[in-house]
Design a protein around this ligand. Structure first.
Ligand SMILES: [Zn+2]
Length: 137
């Protein structure tokens, strides 16, 4: 039996909420883990709010994906700053509404954390990015 990787309530899923390690400042989303992946401590986690835009650090253009996705589709690693300062969250997600030729390292990406599809009726959430509106090449 398989289970969705991210199960939270809907309200929490669709906000850009993340968790900051009280020991080293590492930011994780969407799950708060017991042990910090970076420093190995059992820290206090502070709930933080992420900005709506991040910066593309790296990307690939996927040519083959499951049928529910249109290809070619850019998939990117994006650093999203915290609204109150501190380290950005580094996240991974699909681009949408964006020509693959328009994606480049260093560009701004508008971030959305939303339901991608269901597994056995349970929502699976992930990041989607798009080129910010009004930002033409
Ligand atoms: Zn840490």
């Amino acid at each position: 039996m398989h289970e969705p990787p991210f199960v939270r309530d809907r309200a929490a899923n669709e906000r850009l909420e993340a968790w900051e390690c009280g020991s080293c400042g590492y930011v994780t989303i969407p799950e708060r883990r017991e042990v910090c992946k970076r420093c190995g401590e059992y820290p206090d986690w502070n709930e933080v709010q992420l900005a709506e835009r991040g910066t593309v650090q790296s990307y690939v253009v996927q040519q083959r994906l499951p049928d529910e996705f249109e290809t070619p589709l850019p998939v990117a690693v994006v650093d999203i700053p915290q609204q109150g300062g501190g380290e950005p969250a580094r996240v991974y997600g699909l681009f949408t509404e964006t020509n693959p030729d328009d994606v480049e390292i260093g560009m701004e990406a508008e971030a959305d954390f939303r339901t991608m599809f269901d597994i056995d009726g349970l929502p699976v959430n992930s990041f989607k990015f798009k080129r910010p509106r009004g930002d033409r090449l």
